[in-house]
Design a protein around this ligand. Sequence first.
Ligand SMILES: O=C(O)c1ccccc1NCC(=O)[C@H](O)[C@H](O)COP(=O)(O)O
Length: 268
Amino acid sequence: MDDSEEIAPAVRSILDAARERGGGGDRVSVSPRSLPAAFEAAAADGRTPLVAEVKPTSPTADGERTDDPVELAEAMVEGGAAALSVLTEPEHFGGSAETLEAVRDAVDVPVLRKDFVLHEGQLDVVEADVILLIVRFLEAEGTDDLEDLLAAARDRGFQVLVETHTAAEVETALSAGAEIIGVNNRDLAELDVDLGTFETVAPEVPESVTLIAESGIQTPDDVARMREAGADALLVGSAIMDHGAETDVTANTRRLTNAETDTTTPDT
Ligand SMILES: O=C(O)c1ccccc1NCC(=O)[C@H](O)[C@H](O)COP(=O)(O)O
């Protein structure tokens, strides 16, 4: 994504805010909880490996959930989530580093810091088990190079989820040495969601890489579709947070983690 590319105003605003956010203070050093091991443990237990996202709101959400994020996180783990994702972006997603810290203290599963990291200093904000780097955003002018950021994150102990949306971005991620790749079904230029994106892009990812299908997964049928297309795990926010209706987060999570074993749940 170079600066001349057409992108949704909300995403332009997210990028501008990320550019202005400074780094943290002291260099972070983390002993991470293994994400691939958490996925394997979930699968061995008969649960679909799922990263459930604590996402109070977003540019595409129907409203905002104001319940205690730690209680939401605990409810997701009770529903069988193998790992959690916590938004730390404050302006468009209602997140914070303090929320992530409190969630990570309260649970024993790996926690992904979901934010828009553009340069090395922004790694030094809070300890997390996994950090997100978005290939598309790191192609913008004035950002650090993906390969350099990946190395800087690993030096601090983070596992790194490298997010892609196209086959070309997967190629970039692999060349940079990514071992965990996400394919985002949400197009960050238009903000529309198409599960066909994962089906198209997944074959480009080698077996040795941990592959995560991200965004737009709503129903047990969607879970089955992404798993059939090769997802080792799924990242789900909106369908679990259910911003408009504020339904039971444990039940919303369980409906997806049980998708491949539960033949009684209607697909609604
Ligand atoms: O979710 C948004 O509205 C959004 C808007 C602009 C940039 C990024 C956005 N989301 C980031 C994500 O990657 C999702 O939160 C995550 O994949 C979960 O997606 P979903 O299950 O569709 O909430």
